[in-house]
Design a protein around this ligand. Structure first.
Ligand code: ZN
Length: 286
């Protein structure tokens, strides 16, 4: 216990690739600063759509195993070594997009018992004792069942862990300020002719977009932009990176943000934070 670094950050994500897209710069920055960065990913993303034609044969469990390898490569690029799959790899499977019959699969994460899944996460919380936890908002950022469930499980696990002896100091949700996203899409229009993508996504395709005043923290990861891009490239089945943009399997270009944004939902803090550990006195934390 005494060997843990002073500052400890836990991120809870639904699928391999979500960590790099949402928090890659933040993870790389805190890892470089010596904080313990722990990632818990809830599923292996077995229902993801595969981009490269040469990997299109990968589906189901084979795709899950491949994506686990991508996750290892991505987190290595971020300098993050503590990566866990909720309940162990393969415990919960990808639920697929909302409304599909996949959501009814009894083994899928959407069908998981929230308390039981949160119990697995609480075990991790009690082990690494994070001061800060990052996850999605109650709509999972954009409505994917696994992202909504990750939110529910993360928030429940914070309560369970508090009852078992560790209070997470601060909880943040991943966010993107509307004005920043709109400006980035405007710039993207100029870049688009030079990119391998024909069309642009839109502001509505970006998870977690809210009015600017709801943003309480901005983490400048500009110094770690290359690590974030490398991590996203490692998820080659899911992401194509080009210049300062990327696309998912829909081939629609969207901006790659190296400053990442958060909304504080539990714990001390005030608007304008540039450090997720601000106000926690983590230098003396035990
Ligand atoms: Zn996802």
């Amino acid at each position: 216990m005494t060997e843990l670094p002073d500052r400890r950050l836990l991120l809870v994500h639904a699928h391999p690739d979500d960590e790099s897209i949402n928090n890659g710069a933040t993870m790389a920055r805190y890892a470089a600063e010596g904080a313990l960065v722990t990632l818990v990913t809830c599923t292996l993303g077995e229902r993801g759509e595969v981009i490269p034609p040469e990997l299109a044969h990968l589906t189901g469990a084979a795709l899950g195993q491949h994506r686990l390898g991508e996750l290892r490569d991505a987190t290595r690029a971020l300098g993050v070594g503590d990566v866990r799959l909720l309940g162990g790899a393969g415990r919960y499977s990808d639920s697929g997009m909302m409304g599909l019959a996949d959501n009814d699969d009894p083994g899928c994460f959407w069908q998981a018992d929230v308390d039981q899944a949160a119990g697995h996460l609480a075990d991790v919380i009690l082990e690494v004792r994070p001061q800060v936890l990052v996850t999605y908002d109650d709509n999972g950022g954009y409505g994917h069942p696994d992202h909504i469930q990750a939110h529910r499980v993360a928030m429940r696990a914070v309560d369970l862990a508090a009852g078992r002896g560790h209070q997470v100091g601060k909880v943040y949700w991943n966010r993107a300020p509307r004005s920043v996203v709109e400006a980035a899409f405007a710039r993207l229009q100029d870049e688009l002719p030079g990119l391998p993508f024909d069309k642009s996504a839109s502001v509505d395709d970006v998870p977690g977009v809210v009015d600017d005043e709801r943003i309480t923290a901005a983490i400048d990861g500009g110094a770690h932009a290359a690590a974030k891009a490398a991590a996203m490239r490692a998820h080659a089945t899911q992401i194509e990176v080009a210049g300062s943009c990327f696309a998912l399997s829909n081939e629609l270009a969207q901006p790659l943000f190296t400053t990442e944004y958060y909304e504080l939902v539990r714990g001390p803090g005030q608007p304008g934070e540039t450090d997720l550990f601000a106000g926690l006195g983590t230098g003396e934390a035990s």
